[in-house]
Ligand binder design. Structure first.
Ligand code: GLY
Length: 456
């Protein structure tokens, strides 16, 4: 039996912890810092980062894992990976799902990712990188619009502008490089050709080490393709968000499209990871545009996507912990991936005002009807336990209050898309908090960003 630490506090991490806890091989999941959803989950516990025994200058997650007796780690978000948390866990003798620091730069530096894509012939849009703002503006003038402007570093999802006009492109260059809004992430800028098409997210399990490669065991296994919905409002209108809902699988992603993705993106990426001798045992997220010239890679993320995880992991018909073990021990190539038939749909509920300013600390109520909807699950993202209330509900769950912009996802699965969609929205209707807002069209025609530009 294993005790596992999950690093992170969002909806993705709640889903990971829930899947781990389902494994008969896991007896406890310690979520750091976790959230109210994880704290309420069977076999799961949230532990705050601020523990008296945590010494300054040492990785706090590793210290908590050792103190708690965890023998396995799964990392959710990109920031700790970019800082080398996987290296720290392995150095402490704790196997870790998440790439080591060197490989994690594929997300932490857009410039480095583009170099990697060019070096290993990964199909992607053409781009140029600049450290001089003057040269970046001159290139924008020469290139024309539409064009995509990206901060090089990690910018919490706020570093990319798809500029429909020259004016927007120049504004984005100045904003990234001089406003200080994205900090050091904007010291370098990547200017990329704009592609027309439909975007998909392919999450995948990766097990690449020099030893695996020498033994012919390095592999990347794609999961079911998924789609996020980034815009706040129905009909793909309104400002960009961290994701208003997700669906999987995708009827428009045919086996031919997946084959083209494998040939032009996944396989060259695997070759590149092997050739660079990376230690990449974790998850990768391919942000892909399906264009009329085939799939093109927009970005790598070195983690699972959020909210895509909230639909993809529930569809897994295998033991998630066993897969994680196979990722780290080099046996992933022989692992059997079985998927549930049908569809998963998960709209996301956000705080009123999000993605601009919003209130926190608002009480969330969930009607008891929620528990009676089969094959459904609420994944908590931005909510904490209500410490003002000492009461527990009838089923032993602690009351929750909002603590973030994206508060939760209501996921449901069913054999048909329509059924899954209806159940997900029925589940959403059992949840209430003041200011609650969610899109009503996740997965419906016209809901996804088409990749056709309209000036914002
Ligand atoms: N859903 C997009 C992301 O996780 O970055």
């Amino acid at each position: 039996m294993a005790k596992v630490i999950v690093v992170g506090s969002g909806g993705r991490e709640h889903t990971i912890a829930w899947r781990l806890a389902k494994s008969a091989l896991v007896d406890e999941v310690v979520c750091v810092p976790g959230n109210a959803g994880m704290a309420n989950e069977d076999k799961c516990r949230s532990v705050a980062l601020s523990q008296s025994y945590v010494e300054k200058g040492k990785n706090p997650y590793v210290q908590i894992a050792k103190h708690e007796g965890c023998e396995f780690a799964v990392i959710g978000p990109e920031d700790p990976l970019a800082e080398g948390i996987a290296d720290d866990f392995w150095n402490a003798g704790i196997p870790c799902v998440g790439p080591k620091k060197e490989a994690a730069q594929l997300e932490a530096s857009k410039d480095l990712a583009k170099e990697f894509m060019a070096k290993y012939n990964v199909a992607c849009p053409a781009s140029k990188t600049f450290t001089s703002e003057k040269e970046a503006h001159a290139y924008v003038d020469k290139h024309g619009a539409p064009v995509v402007i990206k901060a090089d570093g990690l910018a919490a999802g706020k570093g990319v502008t798809v500029a429909a006009t020259l004016e927007q492109a120049h504004e984005a260059v100045t904003d990234i490089m001089t406003s200080g809004r994205v900090g050091n992430a904007g010291k370098k800028i990547v200017i990329e050709d704009y592609l027309e098409g439909v975007e998909i997210s392919v999450l995948a399990a990766v097990s690449v080490t020099p030893e695996n490669t020498a033994g012919g065991k390095s592999v990347i296994v794609p999961f079911l393709p998924a789609r996020d919905h980034k815009r706040l409002c129905d009909g793909a209108k309104g400002p960009n968000t961290g994701g208003m809902g997700a669906i999987t699988p995708l009827d428009d992603v045919t086996p031919d499209v997946m084959e083209a993705f494998n040939k032009s993106i996944l396989e060259p990426t695997l070759k590149g990871l092997e050739a660079e001798k990376f230690d990449y045992r974790g998850f990768i997220f391919f942000g892909v545009m399906i264009t009329k010239d085939g799939p093109k890679l927009l970005e790598y993320n070195v983690r699972l996507g959020d909210p895509e995880t909230q639909v993809v992991l529930p569809m897994m018909d295998f033991d998630f912990f066993e897969m994680c073990k196979a990722i780290v021990d080099g046996s992933l190539k022989d692992f059997s991936f079985n998927w549930k038939k049908g569809y998963a749909v998960a709209p996301v509920a956000v705080s009123g005002g999000y993605p601009a300013a919003y209130k926190k600390g608002i009480k969330i109520t969930i009607d008891s009807r929620a528990k009676s909807i089969p094959d459904s699950k609420i994944f908590i993202a931005g909510a904490i336990e209500d410490r003002r209330s000492s009461s527990e509900s009838k089923d032993g769950e602690h009351p929750m209050i909002t603590s973030g912009g994206r508060v939760l996802a209501a996921c449901a699965m069913a054999p048909s898309f329509d059924e899954a969609w209806k159940k997900a929205y029925e589940l959403m209707s059992t949840i209430k908090f003041d200011g609650m807002f969610y899109r009503k069209d996740i997965g419906l025609p016209g809901a996804a960003e088409s990749g056709k530009l309209t000036a914002r």
